[in-house]
Design a protein around this ligand. Structure first.
Ligand code: HEC
Length: 488
């Protein structure tokens, strides 16, 4: 009978009903309000006697109001349809399947928006580095470039400051970045927060509640951006090298904290989301506002504030260096040997620093500076790390770090004999399972290979980890066995 609970009953009983209704009402209210605002601004703009500055400000305000109105409309429908779908499928066999398709659609959007964003970013950095800045340029130009692509010839000119007349149709690159962030944030909910217990939390790392893990996840995004933004407005920004160094130390500290609070996989994706949020924040809070101020000054004939362009340029450069690291982190969940390793935070930092190094080499090369050593050092760092975390290398280290029988035996007496003994104390196993007992040194030595398989490699013993064995204890057993399982 319970499978046939009607849609309306499920709707009314859902704990998400009121949050969803309130969110929809809020979005609808905002939509109506921004619609009126846009109409009012439009009315203002019809007036003939507006000064250039006022006209520009009104136009900007109108386009922001229209964009916000559209966004509210989009999210209103997304929340409404999403919630009703959720109610329809929750508790039915269709739930997992539906979630998979929602995941697919949003992930697809995210990747496409990300390609468009990073592609444009790469293209403009390429332009900047490859412009002809010397031959036959008009006075007002900083450089130009001829290119052939897709069977057409293209000619691009960059102005030193701004053209005398700002063209009516000026293309802005911003929605790629915004959609990347919005779809990425939605994915965090769909993939991680919807099932926080499985994907956010690893009880052997920290036994958090789902709400706490989600709070830490979202909090890290805000904290990351705030720290970065403070750094940019401090004196640190004057010294690129030191800025990069401090930035890496801060990111390292956040990575360390996240990997000690969340599951390895969730920690990685949140470091990626922190970096992604910083990058989109740069576009939203600095680059686009600076560009608006530049266009406004050009349109109203006021002197251009050069620091604005410089600030936007700095942030844009930071974004450029973060592209390779963020792309690795976004695909990192396919690589358990990185996020699943006990040194996962260090591995991530090596990946971030060396991929930023590769980007650095590449940027220098575009400018005609061939610094091969930067590339070699970056790649070697990755190669050395991959060797250092390989199971074979770890084993050879463990074989060299002494572990006595007394230490190994202490572990077995603490974690195994509850079941594997002539007199088990476990409530479930009154007799030693499979007749396997660890009461004497000889019994233990005889089982060394199987202990290695079950308690070290596959971690399938103790059964259900009922006796709470730690990774350190497994390492002690491993070292003792690799050193020949001697009982003297
Ligand atoms: C809560 C009870 C329990 C504890 C504690 C426990 N085991 Fe077991 N163990 C079992 C049971 C039940 C089996 C048989 C089922 C199986 O193989 O999974 C078993 C099987 C094994 C086997 C396979 C024996 C064979 O014949 O192939 C090995 C090896 C083993 N355990 C090692 C250990 C080690 C080492 C520890 C301590 C680190 C340990 N177990 C702790 C319950 C336990």
């Amino acid at each position: 009978m319970s499978a046939e609970v009607s849609f309306v009953t499920k709707l009314l009983q859902s704990s998400m009903l009121w949050p969803a209704v309130m969110l929809c009402v809020l979005l609808l209210g905002l939509f109506l309000w921004f619609r009126r605002l846009a109409a009012a601004l439009n009315g203002e703009l019809q007036k003939e006697d507006l000064s250039a500055g006022v006209r520009f400000d009104l136009e900007q305000a109108r386009s922001t109001a229209i964009a916000t109105r559209q966004t509210c409309k989009f999210f209103f429908w997304a929340v409404l349809i999403g919630f009703l779908t959720y109610i329809a499928v929750a508790g039915t066999p269709m739930y997992g399947y539906t979630m998979e398709w929602i995941n697919l659609a949003v992930r697809w959007t995210h990747v496409i928006a990300g390609i468009m964003w990073i592609g444009a970013s790469f293209y403009f950095i390429f332009l900047e580095n490859n412009l002809n800045r010397t031959h036959g340029l008009r006075d007002e130009l900083a450089g130009n470039l001829w290119a052939i692509h897709g069977g057409g010839f293209y000619y691009v000119e960059k102005y030193k400051v701004a053209p005398k007349v700002i063209p009516a149709h000026l293309h802005w690159f911003k929605y790629e970045a915004y959609f990347t962030w919005l779809s990425g944030f939605a994915l965090l909910f769909i993939v991680y927060y919807a099932d926080a217990r499985s994907f956010m939390i690893d009880p052997t790392v920290a036994d958090l509640s789902p709400a706490a893990s989600v709070g830490i996840g979202i909090g890290s995004l805000i904290l990351g951006y705030v720290i970065y933004d403070r750094m940019c407005s401090s004196k640190l920004i004057l010294d690129q090298g030191r800025f990069a160094l401090v930035g890496m130390v801060v990111l390292g500290a956040m990575t360390y904290a996240l990997t000690h609070l969340l599951s390895g996989r969730a920690a990685f994706i949140h470091v990626g989301a922190v970096i992604g949020t910083i990058m989109v924040g740069n576009v939203f809070f600095t680059i686009i506002p600076s560009q608006k101020a530049l266009v406004r000054a050009a349109k109203t004939g006021q002197p251009l504030d050069e620091t604005l362009g410089k600030k936007a340029g700095q942030r844009s450069l930071h974004n450029n260096y973060l592209t390779l690291p963020v792309v690795f982190i976004m695909i990192s969940n396919h690589f358990p040997s990185t996020f699943g390793h006990s040194w996962n935070w260090l591995i991530l930092m090596v990946m971030v620093v060396s991929s930023a190094g590769i980007k650095h080499y590449w940027n220098l090369l575009d400018r005609g500076l061939k610094r091969t050593w930067v590339l070699v050092v970056s790649i070697l760092a990755l190669v050395f790390m991959s060797v250092a975390i390989s199971p074979a290398f770890e084993d050879s280290l463990d074989a060299a770090i002494p572990a006595t029988f007394e230490e190994a035996n202490a572990v077995i007496q603490a974690r195994c004999v509850q079941c594997h003994s002539a007199n088990p104390t476990d409530d479930q196993w009154p007799n030693a399972p499979n007749g396997v007992m660890y009461d004497t040194p000889e019994q233990i030595k005889a089982m060394a290979d199987k202990i290695m398989t079950r308690a070290v490699r596959t971690k399938t013993m103790p059964q259900g980890n009922k006796t709470g064995m730690t990774d350190e204890e497994r390492t002690i057993l491993k070292r003792w066995i690799l050193q020949g399982a001697k009982i003297q």
